[in-house]
Design a protein around this ligand. Structure first.
Ligand code: S5P
Length: 279
């Protein structure tokens, strides 16, 4: 059997048992989109407007709900409506990083009640397996999935080498709930001598730091193109933020729609080229 990243999303969906991972792969295939739009804006009207525009082009929307300064619970109701209308999943990029008991409460409770609406969330592996135990106690019964941050896109980040290896080993020990990684490359060969490696290992790789028109920002972000990320590094989903919604204060609907279309096409073309290599 070829390695997972040389197989189609549809084939891979058949083998995943975590409901969030399965649904994400099925959605990618159905919509021919491996594009996740990341929306870091501060007003609920802009947040919902951008999602309303990009919905048809994406498989997943990535949120940071705590950035929205006029947040009300109705934002989540509308987000869920849009996710059903346009057929995409929701990923709250919460980057949990505390002891199990605390993250379980942060995930289930508080103002946002993330577990009740976000199909996928993520965590830093820094606390060790405790963070997975806490989050899975809430998320697994709800059919949610978790991504571990095995690598980061920023200059000088510390998620490299043995830290990345240990993140992968932690994920292998919790494959029911940990469905993949936020990373810059596939993790297949990482810690390959680990006893936990399964023959059918297929972690999803979701990759931020994607842009076509810029190589970075003034705060250490680094961008690569969809071609570099999907074809050369074997990643599964491109996460694009400012490359799609721009940097201005106003939402320019035409621009946003045009960019979403371009990134969807680029991401899909890179995937088709990748799997054609295996045929
Ligand atoms: O390593 C990372 C991990 C994440 S989740 N680098 C990142 O940039 N992110 C997130 O991706 C970040 O929090 C932001 O929401 C998004 C990138 O946004 P952009 O505007 O630079 O595309």
């Amino acid at each position: 059997m070829p390695p997972a990243h040389l197989q189609s999303y549809a084939k891979r969906a058949e083998r995943h048992s975590n409901p969030a991972a399965k649904e994400l792969l099925e959605t990618i295939e159905r919509k021919r989109s491996n594009l996740c739009v990341s929306i870091d804006v501060t007003k609920q009207a802009d947040f919902l407007r951008i999602i309303d525009i990009v919905g048809p082009y994406i498989c997943l929307v990535k949120t940071h709900v705590d950035i929205i300064e006029d947040f009300e619970p109705t934002v989540i109701d509308r987000l869920k409506e849009l996710s059903e209308r346009d057929d995409f999943l929701i990923f709250e990029d919460r980057k949990f990083a505390d002891i199990g008991n605390t993250v379980a409460l942060q995930y289930s409770s508080g103002v946002y009640k993330i577990a009740s609406w976000s199909h996928i969330t993520n965590a830093h592996p820094v606390p060790g397996p405790s963070v997975i135990a806490g989050l899975s106690s809430v998320g697994l019964p709800l059919g949610r999935g978790l991504l571990l941050l095995a690598e980061m896109s920023t200059k000088g980040n510390l998620a490299t080498g043995s830290y990345t290896e240990q993140a992968v080993q932690m994920a292998r020990a919790h494959r029911d709930f940990v469905v993949g990684f936020i990373a810059q490359h596939r993790m297949d060969g990482v810690a390959a001598s680990d006893k936990g490696v399964a023959d059918d290992e297929d972690f999803l790789i979701l990759t931020p730091g994607v842009g076509l028109h810029s190589r970075g920002d003034s705060m250490g972000q680094q961008y690569r193109t969809p071609q570099e990320v999907v074809l050369e590094s074997g990643c599964d989903v491109i996460i694009v933020g400012r490359g799609i919604y721009g940097k201005g204060n106003e939402v320019d609907a035409e621009y946003v729609q045009g960019q979403a279309e371009i990134y969807q096409k680029e991401g899909w073309a890179a995937y088709e080229e990748r799997i054609s290599a295996a045929e």
